[in-house]
Design a protein around this ligand. Sequence first.
Ligand SMILES: Cc1cc2nc3c(=O)[nH]c(=O)nc-3n(C[C@H](O)[C@H](O)[C@H](O)COP(=O)(O)OP(=O)(O)OC[C@H]3O[C@@H](n4cnc5c(N)ncnc54)[C@H](O)[C@@H]3O)c2cc1C
Ligand SMILES: NC(=O)c1ccc[n+]([C@@H]2O[C@H](COP(=O)([O-])OP(=O)(O)OC[C@H]3O[C@@H](n4cnc5c(N)ncnc54)[C@H](O)[C@@H]3O)[C@@H](O)[C@H]2O)c1
Length: 496
Amino acid sequence: MKYDVCIIGAGPAGYAAAMRALDLNKSVILIEKDKIGGAGLYNGAISSKTFWELAKDIQTARKRLAQYSPDQHFSVTYQQVLRQVREGIANRRFHLEGQIESLAKQQTSRFRYIKGSAKLVSHNTVEVSTGTEEEIIEAENVVIATGSKPRKLPNIPIDEKIIVTSDGVENFENFPKSLVILGAGVIGCEWATIFSNFGYTSVNIIDKAERILPFEDDDVTDVVEANMKKQGITVHKKSNLLSMRIVDGEVEYILEYTDGRKEMHRVEKVLVSVGRIPNTQNLGLERVGVNILANGQIENTDGQTNIPNIYVAGDISSDVALVNVAELEGRHVIEKMFGLSDSVITYNNVSTIMFVQPEVAGVGMNEKKALQNKMSYKVVKIRYDMIPRAIAMRNNDGFFKILVTNDADMKIIGMRAVGVHASSAIQAVALLISMDKGVEELADMIHPHPSIIEGIQECIRMLLGKSVLKPEFFKGMLSCKSCDENGCVNDIIYLR
Ligand SMILES: Cc1cc2nc3c(=O)[nH]c(=O)nc-3n(C[C@H](O)[C@H](O)[C@H](O)COP(=O)(O)OP(=O)(O)OC[C@H]3O[C@@H](n4cnc5c(N)ncnc54)[C@H](O)[C@@H]3O)c2cc1C
Ligand SMILES: NC(=O)c1ccc[n+]([C@@H]2O[C@H](COP(=O)([O-])OP(=O)(O)OC[C@H]3O[C@@H](n4cnc5c(N)ncnc54)[C@H](O)[C@@H]3O)[C@@H](O)[C@H]2O)c1
């Protein structure tokens, strides 16, 4: 049988693509070499977020206990944490695998799942190896959704036991007493937060860049870094790792500082988180003539490769590596393939959350990006101290920042939320960006009180010159500014 579409990889991108193709009554074969769910579930999004939630619970419980019963203490082991992480994953795994099993039973002629490793042999044929057998699959179209893997550095002996990547964190037997994290991007900062919140590990984080989370705005990273320091995490920026080796079951490394000073350190474990690279190896891409770019990514236009019936989706296809984007791309390439969509995916309203402390949520552009693009914009900001709900929660560490076009329309171009409930707060703004709307819609809505989202409303009202509290009287807490194409900033003053 010749399938309408063969999908290689059953992570978020491949799984979503398969389901969308079935919605359209197409015949589908889905091939996965390891586990259904990919990094969306294992050693990735859901597993790390379960760790993050558990660590946050432990930290909060300890704080409350210290407040009300300072003589009581409790402890937790890494194995207990791992058990809970695996229980959480098992639930989601049950949904994803259960659905595949049911579909395979119900629609034997239209859907097939194979556990095996796939590679292209021609534009329309894929070879699947299950380890014991090889099978040739024929398909009109192919979607490559093989995801990404941790980038490794040549001088670092990663063994996934003592020196690990995010794939090996679950191999630790106990909480390490000391952990060095190489790379202060999203993965590094999230794991630094997790291990320090559990409270058993002394965490150091090293990056060659000048700032942690180097792609984010400085006011955002200032809050995150200040919290890291409060938590006892040591941050080494602009640091050069000269060498790293395993000695007697521990790790010795030499750091060179900006002033030329060199220091040798010894730690129990190391996590290397210096980015991810696309899984393009052993896919037969060169043989069938799919173009690969110098950065290792597959050349594609809106998901379609230079071979018209071969598509890509998810981490393999672009440098935006997120579950929501992978699913979006998976569905999009199917709709495009079968003529349901002639629009191109836009990434300007993709929402993200960084699970650090406090959580950081974003949608659209930040100021760094707007300045890089030489845009003129207005930017309005409110600190959590000014939001009644944050005051009630006694958790006023953070802010909202909204960027709009510097014209009468004031179209929203981006937002950053740093603090409790940040992730839920950005949704309204994400919707306005996707609808290409200005800010007025949000100004006159009636929000429940007290709620964090009232802070966003107050920002919008500041832009319209009708806020309850005026920025000119709360310097450092509220601000409303305009910024021209050259980065020149001026306060906007309404009340004179
Ligand atoms: C530690 C960590 C935390 C993360 N946290 C978040 C988060 O909080 N939020 C978020 O949005 N994103 C997060 N991400 C990113 C997210 O996990 C990825 O963007 C997403 O999983 C990409 O989906 P994908 O389907 O493209 O690839 P993957 O999830 O990598 O899936 C690809 C699948 O293809 C299979 N495969 C590979 N080669 C073959 C082959 N030859 N034959 C058959 N099968 C093959 C693989 O086994 C895998 O199952 C995180 C990632 C990591 C590593
Ligand atoms: N919450 C989320 O949405 C979430 C969570 C985790 C991962 N992710 C996705 O996974 C992707 C990969 O994450 P990541 O943290 O590995 O990559 P990243 O690109 O975010 O960060 C890599 C960091 O490593 C540093 N670095 C690179 N080479 C180095 C070297 N030789 N020495 C020291 N530092 C070095 C960089 O300066 C950078 O700060 C992210 O881009 C993101 O899309 C998302």
